[in-house]
Design a protein around this ligand. Structure first.
Ligand SMILES: [Zn+2]
Length: 713
């Protein structure tokens, strides 16, 4: 008669044997299972490579890790019980590691984030599993690329890629974990500035003396080194550049499974404007950055093939290369290529899901559709990867809700990921500077890790699971207080909201006392308390920027934010709420930018007043908008400019009407991207912007007040 349970540990005594090969990912899976079972129960399960082992001394239960021919998709796994055997089976070796962690979760462990505070290990004397166990898990995204963590953590969190090995030792570790390796970045500028060699010589600075005709020309025909591009219609320059890329690849990341070289990180990739370059792909409208980019990509792909390197070679759709090519088709239908889609400047949407009705989301959907049409039309054979920006403080750090890690909401991430999955994306990456921040707790990042595998995840039950395990006896108290904080952070700033946030800090004394005696619970609650203090200060700063216009108080609040973070530096770093680099970003650049924005928001309000009350003629308003885009790009990043601009003109019917006339299409809402379109059209159409000229002449935005005065006269 079959028993209804299988026993792993009985009263701290091992009752099961783990069976796995002696090396590779299955061996790692076995050792992780052994390690955690011992932590849970003090019983060390023996590991053997022999299936026909005599297990009588221990007990009848065997835990078998094996590669199977089962139909589990990608690197998923099948975990089931057959008689006395617990079987963890996968068709790719690392699937067994994910299976080992799933088994540990069934035994009560949780892997929310970095150990020790992110990992839950129960203390139990006896471990049993239901004999009816039958669990299949398959990842929603085949390629799951991490932005932080050690390789061991990355596999624990369900990723299947890690950064390319930098030493023999790291290569051995990566092989043991069965992870794939990737390398990417803004490589184009490097390939222009440096020469790489495959014969062992060190890279050296590229000297264009004697090759001045390889350098890109500006509109006046003057050639200079910009590190953005070269004169790619010059066959010698083109060949040199593509060979240099191949040399870079073979000397930097030959072992990578996936390499992506990106163009420069600018709004418009500055191409050569010589007659040959300009005319080669010229079709109105002249948007050939991607044509040049992919023509070059094709040539590099071909050369890599010729040298026998067939792994994935990707490009990024980002800023200057955003529109699909008009002329160039992908080499061999894009076989062994990856399309990396990065819809970055979405700060203006407060990072709602890409399927919402915000005009910026609409614009990206149109852009993505154009790309997918381009790929479909040539029977694309490569892969598609999403490059998203969740909790990105470079973009969201000027919003109180953004800098406190509340944007995007977990539901928005789920909608986003479903949206991409439905459109055939194979891979997902979340670029979230600060990439190693888990503050105030790992809930959001853990949810993201789960979503990479299961898009139908029940958010509520996952959240409940998290609070129950992570905060233990204080779960309800923390959950309730945290929800109250979140609600207040999304309200319009006022003294009342700020006061209420401060008053919530006291609730964590109660939470701490409930959990007292357990050091790890108390540490987690202290992290949450610190976050609430941080939230209250961030809201206070927003209150001064938007309501009181008391810049001195606003500045003092920003200084208090910096002090709070620095005073708790050791606590935050040692418990891995954030890395030292992240703390530097949050207490440094983010604070600095908000100090800059304080009076800037005020100026935005002045502009708003001018527009609304002083009846400034529309062209001047647009001129001002352009000035603000330029200065804000320079000072704060494009996303904050977008948001400020939107706030300035969002309800201005007159401007909407004019935008409609200029663009020849319906304009529901003056989003940053619509305004940029208008400004671009206007600048071509009928006038040079005096404000822009002024900006260019002075090279400074500190003259804003002067300009405002001029305009208001
Ligand atoms: Zn040229």
């Amino acid at each position: 008669m079959p028993t209804s349970e299988v026993t792993l540990v009985l009263n701290q005594e091992p009752r099961a044997t783990i069976i796995a090969p002696s090396d590779g990912p299955l061996a790692y899976a076995a050792s992780e299972l052994q390690r955690y079972v011992e932590k849970i129960s003090n019983a060390k399960l023996p590991i053997t490579t022999e299936v026909r082992t005599d297990t009588k001394a221990i007990g009848p239960t065997r835990i078998i890790f094996r590669i199977g021919s089962s139909a589990v998709k990608h690197d998923g796994f099948h975990l089931h019980v057959e008689g006395d055997d617990i079987i963890v089976e996968a068709s790719e070796a690392r699937g067994c590691i994910y299976g080992a962690y799933a088994l540990l979760e069934l035994l009560g462990c949780r892997f929310y984030g970095p150990a020790p505070i992110g990992v839950i290990v129960p203390k139990v004397k006896t471990l049993k599993l239901q004999a009816v166990l039958n669990l299949i898990r398959e990842p929603a995204f085949m390629n799951r690329i991490p932005s932080s963590g050690t390789p061991e953590e990355q596999v624990q969190w369900g990723f299947n890629f890690t950064g390319v090995a930098s030493s023999e030792e790291s290569k051995r570790l990566i092989d043991r974990l069965g992870l794939k390796q990737f390398r990417w970045g803004h490589i184009w500028p490097i390939l222009i500035g440096m020469r790489f060699f495959q014969d062992g010589r060190k890279p050296e600075k590229m000297d264009y003396t004697g090759h001045e005709d390889w350098l890109p020309a500006n509109e006046d025909g003057v050639r200079s080194q910009t590190n953005q591009s070269l004169c790619l219609s010059n066959q010698y320059a083109f060949d040199w550049f593509t060979n240099n890329a191949v040399n870079w690849m073979f000397t930097n990341c030959q072992n990578a499974d996936y390499v992506s070289i990106w163009s420069a990180d600018t709004i418009r990739l500055e191409l050569c404007r010589c007659r040959e370059c300009f005319s080669k792909f010229r079709t109105p409208p002249y948007k050939s950055a991607t044509d040049w980019y992919l023509l070059t990509q094709n040539a590099i792909r071909k050369k890599l093939d010729e040298q026998g390197w067939y792994n994935s070679f990707g490009w990024i759709s980002y800023h200057g290369s955003e529109d699909p090519p008009n002329h160039v088709r992908l080499y061999e239908k894009g076989r062994n290529m990856d399309f990396l889609y990065a819809p970055r400047p979405r700060g203006g949407t407060q990072h709602g899901p890409l399927n919402n009705e915000h005009p910026l989301s609409f614009k990206y959907r149109q852009n993505l559709k154009a790309w997918l049409d381009y790929l479909d039309a040539q029977d694309y054979k490569g892969t598609l990867t999403v490059f998203e920006y969740y909790y990105d403080l470079i973009l969201l750090g000027y919003l109180a809700e953004g800098r406190t890690f509340l944007i995007p909401k977990q539901g928005a991430i789920q909608e986003d990921m479903r949206f991409y999955h439905q459109r055939g994306f194979d891979g997902f990456f979340d670029c979230n500077p600060p990439s190693d921040a888990w503050f105030p707790d790992p809930l959001s990042r853990w949810i993201y890790h789960l979503l990479m595998w299961d898009l139908d995840l029940d958010l509520k039950s996952s959240q409940d699971d998290f609070f129950k395990h992570y905060y233990g006896p204080a779960a309800d108290a923390v959950k309730e207080s945290r929800e109250a904080v979140e609600k207040l952070m999304f309200e319009e700033p006022s003294q009342k909201v700020v006061d209420e946030l401060h008053s919530l800090e006291a609730r964590f004394d109660i939470a701490s006392s409930i959990a007292s005696g357990d050091k790890i619970f108390v540490t987690r609650i202290e992290g949450m308390r610190l976050w609430v203090q941080y939230c209250a200060l961030c809201k206070d700063s927003e209150f001064h920027a938007k309501v009181t216009h008391d810049f001195e108080k606003g500045r003092a609040t920003e200084q208090a934010i910096r002090k709070l973070l620095n005073d708790n530096k050791d606590f935050l770093i040692n418990n891995r709420f954030m890395s030292g680099e992240d703390l530097k970003l949050i207490a440094g650049d983010v604070v600095e930018r908000n100090i800059v924005i304080l009076p800037y928001e005020h100026q935005a309000e002045k502009v708003e007043k001018l527009i609304l009350w002083e009846n400034i003629p529309a062209p001047y308003v647009w001129e001002f908008a352009l000035l603000m885009v330029v200065t804000a790009n320079w000072r704060n990043g494009d996303a904050s400019a977008g948001l400020i601009l939107e706030n300035v003109v969002k309800d201005n019917q007159e401007l909407r009407d004019e935008a409609k006339e200029i663009l020849g299409r319906e304009v529901d809402h003056l989003s940053a991207s619509t305004m940029l379109d208008v400004l671009e059209a206007l600048s071509k159409k009928y006038r040079t912007f005096e404000a822009l000229d002024y900006y260019a002449r002075t090279g400074s935005s500190h003259k804003m007040d002067e300009l405002l005065d001029q305009l208001s006269r």
